[in-house]
Each structure stands twice: as structure tokens, then as C-alpha cells.
Design a protein around this ligand. Structure first.
Ligand code: HEC
Length: 683
């Protein structure tokens, strides 16, 4: 065999009779294989076999010609000319022709000996680079619990929740998954701070679970974390690090393909930390419809969506997501001047090769740009990727047999204020669509408690408490022994202003579970609303006693203490709150007012109040009118009127146009400071 290969080398290296230069492995084929296939087809790489040597390539020559001609390999789905991406793997037509020609002509090596041919071939990256951690070992390595994957059958989509053992929040500049087994086809990684994913995972006796991804599990700051074959360790610039809080879990969704033999799946995840907070925080924009219905047999069914950018945005990355029945997808931006810019186009959609694509040159789109998305479904028998024969009607859902039609974009904004605007607006769009999706799933499964709670939570966030109440009430009917169900119904009733009914529900929650701290807190809040201050105080105290870590209850208690002239006790509670949950400070502004401007002089603590207000102003980047306003009042209370006047002026100009009442109040206080008087709250 070796001798035969060697003898053909000399013959093929000579000029062919027609005078054309012969295509050889060493000169023509090896460089293509190394650069276009080497990210995966190396020993220990992500592909099922290596193509690193002449023998390995020659053995599969015919197959290589076939899979490159059909563009099945290398896997690269975006059409050229519709967005330029980093690490494009697409073969040029000439390269495909070269491979085909080489195979047709008998696969000549092109060097004097086989050993030499191999030595001269530009080598694929070393094994450690593609299958290992890259240049630098991660700062923290986590391992997913071992999952026993069956030998055969359909693909498995399994979700794992993994705790991250960090004592305090860290900035993360890289997350990398090592699949450890080729049955892992691709992975998405999200972050959940609520424990909801952990509970879903724990409810399944085996490692991981199947089904929906919890609403609270999200891509952090719009970073599409995950892994696809051939992906290099992606360590971000420190400028884009994202915050991972202590107590968070990574939620890892694995697409697994049974290999013919039973396997143990246990990928590792490496985390890279950065000491510097990011200079800019990205935002994720999701387009996509959840009310889609693809009729059985429909060969050309379009699903479209669009979104108009409220602010300028720089587009950095794109990630389309759909399931099996899609044939093609297209996304583009229509600028305010009417010009059109492609974002991405895929004309041969393959569920198996989904990726996130980074733009080679990120670009700005002005406010007013319309982002458009179109998916073309083929739910006919003619679609070889149709999972159902005969075809069946398909609707939105998490199961791979359901359909999706999403597109994620990662963008940066010019300012923090723009980012907050975009996040709010796009968040509303996404939550509205998520609520639609919840209703779709509930039609199929009306007694699914988690889905009902999910839907209700979305409606509360969308300020639609009446719809939230319908779902929460349904949950109470399904699980009358659950304290949480009664509690939630109380929250929706409270949001509707039906306080007496709300109190009755929360009371029932406490009958079922007397140590339910959030219920004590909410019941106390209802007392406070009704003016029953001492009942409220007792309730907040019980909430703190049943759970000393209930920072919300403690903050409420501090407010009551400050209001009832117990300033020192209030400050003691505040110290604990700030230790437990520093971002609650903004919600404690009314208490800071009491400490600065209580009607009874003996109940004031202006110096302490100023300390808190200083912190609040810093937390809000000196741009929040309410924070500047209360800081001004603190200075005035201490007799520093010049400072108070300057701060109140700042507060006035920081007031948003839609808050005329706040602006008026600030102006009145400013007038007071100008006459050398502090502001005092009415008794
Ligand atoms: C991003 C990683 C990656 C790159 C780059 C890549 N492959 Fe593959 N290749 C795979 C994986 C993974 C498989 C296994 C099949 C699957 O998962 O669908 C595969 C399978 C194959 C097969 C077997 C196809 C079959 O029907 O069984 C051939 C042949 C092949 N690749 C050739 C190539 C060639 C030639 C190149 C470069 C021009 C290339 N591949 C580039 C990952 C890659």
C-alpha cells in the first residue's frame, strides 16, 4: 500500500500530457484541508475523524469531494454577500474544484515520499489548541454531572443547572465548554440567579432535565455563550466582561446525538475572570414570533417580525435560532433613509448547524432603523428534514419537534442612558412575545403550574395584573395546598388595588406556612397601605424574624422605624440591608427623606442621611433627579445651603420631561434653600 502510493507520486508530479499542472496533495490540497477543515478534523478534535495526514485524507477522498461540492462541509451556513463574519469557513468555488480535480486524477501526493508530503503539509492547530483550553488555563473549571446518553434514537436536548462556587460577584471575560464527547453537538449557556433552573433540574431524578428553559435563565448582557464544533476559546476583551453574581447558576443546554453506543456525557466549563469592570455593556435584541402556526403540508410558509430601534446601536453579533422545518431565513435592516443593509441570510437552513456569528466589522445603525426578520418554513413531505411523516401542524415550543423563529442581535449603544432605554423597550417587546408563547403552550397543557406562573409573572411585568390574576388563580385551584400559590394571587390582587382580597389570600398563605417570610412582608405592606402602622411594623418584624436574609422586609422595617422616630434602629437595619443587597438603596429613598427632613427635629439624622444619599447619587451615576434631590435636602438640613442649591439645580435639569410634578417640587425646594431654609416633610 505504501509502496504503491509512493510509486504513483513520481508519475503524477510530472507535467501531464496536456501540459496542465497536476493538482497534488502537498501543494494544493493540504493547505485547503489545514485551513478549512483543521479546526475540527484533527486527532482529538470535534469531528469524528482526523484529516491531518495524507493517508487520512486520501482514504476519504471521494467523500471529501462529495461533501465539499454539496457544501455540507465545512459547516458554514451564512450566504456570502449578506454580512461579513469573523472566522468564515466557507470554501471558494476554486477550492472545491481543486479538491474534486485531485480526487478525479487519482489523489497524487506530489512529493518524493509520503513522509515528506506529510511533513510539508501545513499542520492543523495542535490538539491542545482545538480540544483543550487554548493558551491560558481557565480561572475556574466546572464539570456537569454525568448524564447517561442512550445508544440510539432521536437527538436529545438536555438542560443542566450548575452552581458556580464563587464567594462574591466576578467579572467574566470568557466561558468555554469542553464537550469531552463527540455526542455533544452544540451547547448554549445561560445564567440564572433565581434558582428556578436548579429546581427544574432537581425535579428530574437523572442529571439535567428536558423541556423548557426557565424564563429567568438568560444570556448575560446579550453575550451568546455556548459552544459549536470548531469554536476556539473565546476570551472577550476585558472591556466587554460581564457580571456573574455569587449564587448564580450556569444553565447549559446540550444538543446530544446518540452515537450507536451508550455514552457518559460530562462536559467541563472553563471560566475566565477579569479584574476590570466592562467599559460598555451590550444589549441583546430578540426578534421572533411565538404565535406561529405552520400548517401541515405548507411548502412555503413565511413567519416575519420586525422592530424599530429606539436609539443608535452598533451591531456586533447575530444568532438565528429555529428548528427542523425551516428552509431559509433572512434578516436585514432598513435605515431611516430607506437604504437596506443585510444582517444575515441562510438559504439552506440546517437545525444541526446553528452558530453565533460575529461581524468582522461591527457597524452602527441609527435610531429609527427597522430590523426585519423572515423565516420560510417547508412543512411538506418534500422537506427531507421534516421530523413528521406525514407532516403535522407545527406551533411554537421548546421541544425540537415544535418550531421557533428567533433572531438574536448583540448591540452596543452610544450612552448608558440609550442602553437603559433600549433594554426597557426591547424587554417589553420580548416579554410581550414570551407571554404569547406561554399562552400557546398552555393551550396544549392547561394544568402546567410552572407555565401558569411564568405567564402570570410576565403579565405582572407588563403591568397587566388582571391577566396575571387569571393564571395565578388557576394555579391556586390546581394546588390549593401551596402557600406560594395563595401568596402570588395576593400579589396580583394588590396590583389591581383589591387590597382586602389580597390580604385574605396572603393570610391564607400564612395559615399554610406560618414561616413564609415574603408573605409576612406583603401582609405588612397591605397594613401600611391601609394606615395600620403598628400592625405593619409587627408584620415586617415577623418577616425579618422568620428570614433574617429577607432584605426587602428589612428595608420596609427601616422605613417604618424612621417614620416613627426610631432613627437609630432604622440605621441599624439599613446597615444590614446594604450588606445583603446594596442595590436596594434606590428603593429606600423615602426613608432617606425621613432621616433628612422628619417633621420632628429629634427624629432626623442628616449626616447619616447624607452618607446614604451620597452613595445613591454615585450608584445612579449622578444622573438621577430623585437621588440628587434628596442629597440636596440632606445638605440643606445640615445648613450647607450653597451646596444644596447647586445640587437642587442639578436635580432640576436631570428631571425627565415626563415628571413635571417632581420638577415642580424640586423648584419649590430650591426656592426654600435660596432663602436659607431647609425642607421639612409635612407631619
Ligand atoms: C466546524 C468543524 C468542522 C469543520 C471545519 C469541518 N468539519 Fe467535517 N465534520 C465535522 C463534524 C462534526 C462531522 C460529523 C458529522 C456531523 O456532525 O454532521 C463532520 C463530518 C465530515 C465528513 C463525513 C460526512 C458524512 O456524511 O459522514 C467528511 C467527509 C468531512 N467532515 C469532511 C470535511 C472537510 C473536507 C472539511 C474541510 C473542507 C471539513 N470536514 C470541515 C466538523 C467539521
Amino acid at each position: 500500500m505504501l509502496a504503491a502510493a509512493g510509486s504513483s507520486i513520481h508519475a503524477q508530479d510530472a507535467p501531464t500530457p496536456s501540459g496542465l499542472r497536476a493538482v497534488t496533495y502537498t501543494r494544493d490540497v493540504a493547505p485547503i484541508i489545514a485551513t478549512r477543515c483543521g479546526a475540527c478534523h484533527v486527532p482529538g478534535g470535534d469531528a469524528p475523524f482526523s484529516l491531518a495526514t495524507f493517508d487520512e485524507v486520501r482514504r476519504r477522498g471521494a467523500m471529501i469531494a462529495a461533501v465539499t461540492r454539496s457544501r455540507f462541509m465545512p459547516p458554514w451556513k451564512p450566504e456570502p454577500g449578506f454580512g461579513q463574519f469573523e472566522d468564515e469557513r466557507r470554501l471558494r468555488d476554486t477550492e472545491i474544484a481543486t479538491l474534486a480535480q485531485w480526487v478525479e486524477r487519482g489523489m497524487p501526493a506530489g512529493a518524493t515520499s509520503k513522509t515528506r508530503a506529510d511533513a510539508e503539509a501545513p499542520r492543523a492547530p495542535p490538539v491542545e489548541a482545538s480540544a483543550g483550553w487554548g493558551n491560558r488555563p481557565p480561572d475556574l473549571v466546572l464539570r456537569l454531572p454525568a448524564y447517561a446518553l442512550r445508544a440510539g434514537g432521536d437527538d436529545v436536548f438536555r438542560i443542566f443547572s450548575v452552581a458556580v462556587p464563587i464567594a462574591s460577584g466576578r467579572w467574566v471575560s470568557g466561558v468555554f465548554l469542553r464537550p469531552g464527547n463527540r455526542a455533544v453537538h452544540h451547547a448554549n449557556i445561560r445564567v440564572d440567579r433565581t434558582g428556578a433552573s436548579r429546581r427544574l433540574d432537581e425535579a428530574d431524578p437523572l442529571a439535567g432535565y428536558e423541556g423548557m428553559i426557565a424564563r429567568s435563565a438568560d444570556f448575560p448582557d446579550g453575550h451568546f455563550l455556548g459552544w459549536t464544533p470548531g469554536q476556539a476559546t473565546a476570551v472577550l476583551a476585558d472591556a466587554l466582561a460581564w457580571r456573574l453574581e455569587a449564587g448564580s447558576e450556569l444553565v447549559v443546554q446540550l444538543h446530544l446525538r446518540p452515537s450507536g453506543k451508550a455514552e457518559t456525557i460530562s462536559p467541563q466549563i472553563g471560566l475566565y475572570f477579569s479584574d476590570t469592570p466592562p467599559a460598555t455593556i451590550p444589549t441583546a435584541i430578540r426578534l421572533g414570533r411565538q404565535d406561529l402556526v405552520v400548517p401541515a403540508g405548507a411548502a412555503r410558509h413565511l413567519v416575519t417580525d420586525s422592530y424599530v430601534l429606539p436609539v443608535d446601536a452598533e451591531v456586533r453579533a447575530v444568532q438565528p435560532h429555529a428548528h427542523y422545518r425551516v428552509r431559509a431565513m433572512d434578516a436585514w435592516a432598513t435605515l431611516p433613509d430607506g437604504s437596506r443593509r443585510p444582517l444575515i441570510r441562510i438559504t439552506d437552513w440546517d437545525m444541526n448547524w446553528q452558530d453565533r456569528y460575529l461581524y468582522a466589522a461591527p457597524f452602527w445603525l441609527p435610531a429609527g432603523t427597522r430590523l426585519s426578520l423572515e423565516y420560510r418554513f417547508d412543512n411538506s413531505e418534500a422537506n427531507p428534514r421534516n421530523p413528521d411523516r406525514p407532516p403535522t401542524r407545527a406551533t411554537w415550543g421548546w421541544r425540537s419537534n415544535d418550531e421557533m423563529a428567533d433572531l438574536w442581535l448583540q448591540v452596543l449603544t452610544r450612552t448608558d442612558a440609550d442602553r437603559i432605554t433600549l433594554r426597557r423597550e426591547v424587554g417589553r417587546k420580548m416579554q410581550t412575545e414570551d407571554a404569547v408563547g406561554s399562552e400557546v403552550l398552555l393551550q396544549r397543557d392547561p394544568n402546567h403550574v410552572n407555565l401558569r406562573n411564568d405567564a402570570a409573572g410576565l403579565y405582572l411585568a407588563l403591568a397587566q395584573p388582571a391577566k396575571a390574576l387569571l393564571h395565578f388563580a388557576a394555579v391556586t385551584a390546581l394546588t390549593p395546598g401551596s402557600a406560594a400559590a395563595w401568596f402570588n394571587e395576593g400579589v396580583a390582587l394588590d396590583a389591581l388595588g383589591r387590597t382586602d382580597e389580597a390580604a385574605a389570600r396572603v393570610t391564607q398563605a400564612l395559615v399554610l406556612d406560618p414561616s413564609y417570610s415574603p408573605a409576612h412582608n406583603n401582609l405588612a405592606g397591605l397594613h401600611l397601605k391601609a394606615g395600620r402602622v403598628s400592625d405593619a411594623r409587627a408584620g415586617f418584624e415577623r418577616a425579618v424574624a422568620t428570614d433574617p436574609r429577607n432584605a426587602d422586609a428589612r428595608a420596609n422595617l427601616a422605613l417604618i422605624l424612621a417614620g416613627t422616630a426610631n432613627a437609630d434602629a432604622a440605621l441599624a437595619e439599613v446597615a444590614i440591608v446594604l450588606e445583603q443587597k446594596p442595590d436596594l438603596l434606590a428603593g429606600m429613598t423615602p426613608m432617606v427623606w425621613l432621616l433628612a427632613a422628619h417633621p420632628e427635629p429629634g427624629a432626623r439624622r442628616p449626616a447619616d442621611a447624607r452618607r446614604l444619599a451620597d452613595r445613591l447619587v454615585a450608584q445612579t451615576g449622578r444622573r438621577d433627579a430623585a437621588a440628587l434631590d434628596v442629597l440636596a435636602a440632606c445638605h440643606a438640613a445640615m445648613g450647607a445651603f450653597a451646596v444644596a442649591i447647586a445640587l437642587a439645580g442639578e436635580a432640576e435639569s436631570a428631571t425627565p420631561a415626563n415628571q413635571p410634578l417632581l420638577r415642580q417640587a424640586i423648584r419649590e425646594r430650591l426656592a426654600l434653600y435660596r432663602t436659607g431654609k431647609p425642607y421639612v416633610l409635612a407631619p
